[in-house]
Design a protein around this ligand. Structure first.
Ligand SMILES: NC(=O)c1ccc[n+]([C@@H]2O[C@H](COP(=O)([O-])OP(=O)(O)OC[C@H]3O[C@@H](n4cnc5c(N)ncnc54)[C@H](O)[C@@H]3O)[C@@H](O)[C@H]2O)c1
Length: 373
């Protein structure tokens, strides 16, 4: 078994999915490759030892530099709040490590660009945590679009709607522009912007509107509210080549929407629709079907699809979800390291999304279209 040693920087919410993802690769795929987490860095000794115990990691530290300079660590996985990504990711690249960094790549475009520039000078591989690309139904959607099953793509609606961010949710780093870069737009909308680029192509111009609905929240454990200066919901329209339009929306105040990372794509010959609330299903409409049988059909993820060999039973619809997408992502990244191939989304893609976020914020503020050519 080829074991690649990973060092985590940050042991919070998302670290758990990365730990499960790395360790599940051989169980999912029977493959001869795995990622073994050797060390975790957290903000304090106490948090570090708790994260190590929770995630089953043998060593811990309260200084991320220890992870970056560890000769045994081959891959540094950056899982801190967004404003802390840049320093450790760049240090890791400069130390010759492969780097995985969670999304959005940075809390502003300039930092994201700097990270991408450093990665260009390095021979190491980079990956940004846009894991939804590797939900099998999403991977299939892209394949179908590339195979021409939709004809010429005219339109994509790409959304990420959730409900948890109401007034009762505390003022954590996600609700501060300086730390998160933006609100629902950065946290959720970054995935939807990546989805537009992954499925349809590169936006050229954007017009956006952000809205801050809950300007004050309680900091954790406090009784006096403080300012939240980020968007709670955002909508944008994006112009692509050839008349193609993308509509992107993100919200964490959409009651009833639990994890509606979804899209609808329309082309000259057909359409596709997906939501993460039904991750095994991709709806496909083929306008070339005989009129009397036309209608959306549901394709269930199964053994015939990419990542299909991970299924427990060779039965379509038996089940895939969030964690599987992370496992698929980690497997593809380790295989890219083994075969020295590129594995997208790289820091380039991370920068492109940060650029779109910046442009949407600027467009909303100036009430005008912003070019991102
Ligand atoms: N791809 C996805 O689906 C997904 C999901 C959730 C979060 N994320 C991203 O992952 C990142 C982390 O989010 P989260 O939800 O896990 O946040 P979190 O707040 O739960 O975890 C971040 C952790 O980093 C730790 N930390 C802070 N300073 C540190 C330091 N100097 N050294 C080491 N650790 C430090 C914190 O103590 C905390 O435990 C964010 O960029 C977020 O946008 C991605």
């Amino acid at each position: 078994l080829a074991k690649h040693t990973v060092g985590l920087i940050g042991g919070g919410q998302v670290a758990r999915s990365h730990a499960i993802g790395f360790s599940s690769i051989p169980l999912f795929y029977g493959s001869q490759i795995t990622g073994q987490i050797g060390v975790v860095a957290e903000a304090t000794e106490e948090l570090a030892s708790a994260a190590a115990a929770k995630l089953g990691i043998p060593r811990w530290t309260s200084d991320w530099r220890t992870v970056v300079s560890d000769a045994n660590v081959e891959i540094v996985d950056v899982l801190t709040p967004t404003y802390l990504h840049k320093e450790s990711a760049i240090a890791a690249l400069e130390a010759g490590k492969h780097v995985i960094c969670e999304k959005p790549l940075a809390s502003n475009e300039a930092d994201a660009l700097e990270m991408y520039e450093v990665s260009k000078r390095s021979r190491a591989k980079t990956l940004v945590g846009f894991n939804y690309r590797r939900v099998p139904a999403v991977t299939l959607a892209r394949q179908m679009i590339q195979d021409g099953r939709l004809g010429k793509v005219h339109y994509i609606k790409s959304r990420f709607m959730e409900e948890w961010g109401g007034p009762a949710f505390p003022l954590t780093w996600r609700f501060k522009k300086a730390q998160a870069g933006a609100g629902a737009l950065a946290d959720l909308g970054s995935h939807s912007l990546d989805m537009v680029r992954f499925l349809v192509g590169e936006p050229k111009e954007v017009s956006g509107m952000v809205s801050n609905l809950i300007p004050e929240r309680y900091p954790p454990g406090e009784k006096v509210k403080a300012r939240s200066d980020v968007d709670d919901q955002t909508s944008a329209i994006l112009r692509l080549d050839g008349g193609t339009i993308a509509e992107v929306s993100a919200s964490w105040v959409a009651p009833g929407r639990k994890v509606d990372l979804g899209f609808e794509v329309h082309g000259s010959e057909g359409s596709l629709a997906f939501t993460m609330e039904r991750p095994n299903e991709l709806d496909y409409y083929d306008g070339r079907d005989p009129k009397e049988v036309q209608g959306f059909r549901t394709i269930y993820f199964g053994p015939a699809h990419r990542y299909g060999s991970s299924l427990l039973f060779s039965t379509p619809g038996m089940g895939t979800g969030y964690v599987d997408s992370v496992t698929n992502q980690m497997r593809d990244f380790l295989e890219a390291i083994e075969s020295d191939k590129e594995c997208s989304p790289t820091f380039y893609d991370g920068w492109k999304v940060s650029r779109l976020i910046r442009a949407i914020l600027e467009s909303s503020e100036k009430r005008t279209w912003i070019s991102v050519e």
